[in-house]
Design a binder for this molecule. Structure first.
Ligand SMILES: CCCCC/C=C\C/C=C\C=C\CC(=O)SCCNC(=O)CCNC(=O)[C@H](O)C(C)(C)COP(=O)(O)OP(=O)(O)OC[C@H]1O[C@@H](n2cnc3c(N)ncnc32)[C@H](O)[C@@H]1OP(=O)(O)O
Length: 291
């Protein structure tokens, strides 16, 4: 019930009611949501989802709810066959889960938050559409999870940007489905090293290890994503979708089977004093780094 009311509440915030005439053209209907801009190019059947939640596109409960609703709308739109996921915030793809959602809140809040994280991943990982991440900035932790849940990743070749699952550096543990998703991308051994050490890879190392598929100059990331999209869309949908599902279903089923216990694990993990302390210390270190 709480989730339903949040979804309904969010649908109003989503701004479907606030679209101006300038934002709606025949060829590029744009939906300006609070955290995500969705632009559907109808003739081509491709939507661009631009995350725009400054300063760092952190994945808050509101953001995740909006993301899942937006993706579901595209999924149900027969005119949309592909999605390019990118960022409208300079230098940042996404800073991952919003740490503020995991600090000093109630057990009920943590459970609701974690369900929204699961939902985002389930929707993205099982999408029937072709999904391409156009990674135009830093991409740690939950940001990396989003990217590796797509079918293909193109990253800006900027030495300042990094990508990876750095959870252990915060004193927390990537859950099994984060681990499965990255292992499906880079293999078991590379995942073991990557997860234990909480490695963040430079763009060039990310290409070498296979977290990303291609590097291009920053200003070409979106064009390169569009070019790759047209190659993938040249394959008949039905055959491609069944192949995707064959590869991903066991991983999806594992979370679906253990969804409630995964939420309980998260809540009991994150409510530990030691974990709260680690997260608070990490947040403070982020603030101090600035100064
Ligand atoms: C055994 C059982 C296991 C069960 C499972 C249990 C647990 C699993 C739990 C959790 C899994 C979590 C996955 C995650 O995603 S955790 C999030 C990890 N993210 C990070 O480590 C990234 C942190 N951020 C950065 O490194 C930098 O901010 C970044 C490189 C992205 C950008 O740098 P920049 O210099 O541009 O910006 P900053 O000045 O650092 O930040 C601006 C502003 O934003 C705040 N902020 C940054 N990241 C986050 C975040 N993830 N959440 C919330 N807030 C964030 C930062 O503090 C600054 O705020 P302010 O000082 O301006 O107020």
């Amino acid at each position: 019930m709480m989730i339903l009311s949040r979804l309904l509440g969010c649908q109003e915030q989503l701004g479907f009611l606030h679209q101006s005439k300038e934002e709606l053209t025949d060829s590029h209907p744009v939906v300006c949501n609070r955290n995500i801009l969705v632009e559907l190019e109808e003739g081509v059947g491709v939507a661009v989802m631009k995350m725009k939640s400054p300063p760092v596109n952190s994945l808050s409960l509101d953001f995740l709810t909006e993301f899942s609703i937006s993706l579901e709308k595209l999924e149900n739109d027969r005119g949309c066959r592909g999605v390019i996921l990118t960022s409208a915030v300079p230098k940042i793809f996404s800073a991952g889960l919003d740490i503020k959602e995991m600090c000093g809140k109630s057990a009920e809040h943590y459970a609701e938050f974690w369900r929204a994280v699961q939902e985002m991943w389930l929707k993205l990982y099982k999408s029937n559409m072709v999904t391409i991440a156009a990674i135009n900035g830093n991409c740690p932790a939950g940001g990396c999870l989003m990217a590796v849940s797509c079918d293909y990743r193109i990253m800006a070749e900027n030495p300042k940007y990094s990508i990876g699952l750095n959870e252990t550096q915060l004193g927390i543990v990537a859950p099994f489905w984060f681990k499965d998703t990255i292992a499906n991308t880079i293999g078991h051994r590379a995942t073991e090293r990557s997860l234990q050490l909480g490695l963040l890879y430079s763009a060039s190392d990310a290409l070498k290890i296979g977290i990303v598929d291609e590097l291009v100059p920053e200003e070409k990331v979106l064009n390169a994503a569009a070019a790759t999209m047209s190659q993938w869309l040249a394959i008949p949908d039905y055959a491609r979708q069944i192949s995707k599902s064959m590869m991903r279903k066991p991983t999806l089923d594992r979370l679906l089977t253990h969804r409630e216990s995964d939420i309980q694990n998260f809540v009991s993990f994150v409510t530990k004093d030691s974990i709260q302390k680690s997260l608070q210390t990490y947040m403070e270190s982020l603030k101090q780094r600035k100064g």
